[in-house]
Write a protein of this length. Structure first.
Length: 221
């Protein structure tokens, strides 16, 4: 499975089997998370065999079950923290999909006080990603029309349309897909709309756009 296939096949999963992440899968996932931490400057951490963070009313209200493994996304408070968490979190999500694991982005329906993360001074916990072996592979989400999330003059090039299609496959809070991609010659800009966690959603969508469009075709503004 390559990244494009992982992007198309990955769906949110909330129920997990009682099967540990171990061996080569554990090692590869841990190494990739550490790589993303160094590259991004974020505080990213894999927590294994820890059920307490998802043993709460809110987690059960969110229909989570069997979650014993999760990835913590945190970093120093600044204007682009949420977008970076979205971008690098989705890199990890798709890598996990390639390893045969399932995932779900989680912003509110877990118990923050029970999450095993030692924050450094000035850091903020943005959200977590549930990870493990799902009881199912999830189902696709409905997407908005491509025209509603792009701002272009004339007929856009094929690579831009492929980027938009990929961005619409990105998971977003409450499936709101509140982002817009604009094109000016070979320069692309992306803007988050108003809504819950829209900056995190933008980071996720921008990574998807890169995968679909191919980074050799454009540059970010």
């Amino acid at each position: 499975m390559d990244l494009l296939q992982a992007m198309k096949e990955r769906h949110s999963v909330r129920s997990y089997a009682n099967r540990p992440i171990e061996g080569e899968t554990k090692e590869n996932l841990q190494n990739y998370i550490e790589k993303c931490s160094k590259e991004s400057g974020l505080h990213l951490q894999l927590v294994l065999d820890e059920p307490n963070a998802f043993d709460s009313f809110m987690a059960h209200y969110g229909k989570f079950s069997g979650v014993r493994n999760y990835i913590l996304l945190a970093g120093k408070k600044n204007s682009d923290l949420e977008e970076r968490c979205g971008y690098y979190g989705e890199k990890i999500v798709l890598f996990a999909q390639m390893l045969g694991l399932n995932t779900c982005w989680v912003a509110m329906t877990y118990k923050k006080g029970a999450a095993k993360l030692q924050l450094n001074r000035g850091e903020k916990l943005c959200l977590v990603i549930a990870v493990g072996y799902g009881l199912s592979n999830g189902v696709p989400h409905k997407s908005r029309p491509g025209e509603s999330v792009m701002n272009v003059q004339g007929t856009p090039p094929d690579w831009f349309l492929k980027g938009i299609d990929a961005a619409l496959l990105a998971p977003t809070a409450m499936n709101q897909q509140k982002f817009v991609f604009s094109l000016d010659r070979d320069t692309v800009s992306a803007k988050a709309g108003l809504g819950f966690y829209s900056k995190i959603d933008l980071g996720i969508a921008k990574y998807h756009f890169e995968l679909g469009a191919g980074t050799g075709h454009f540059r970010w503004k």
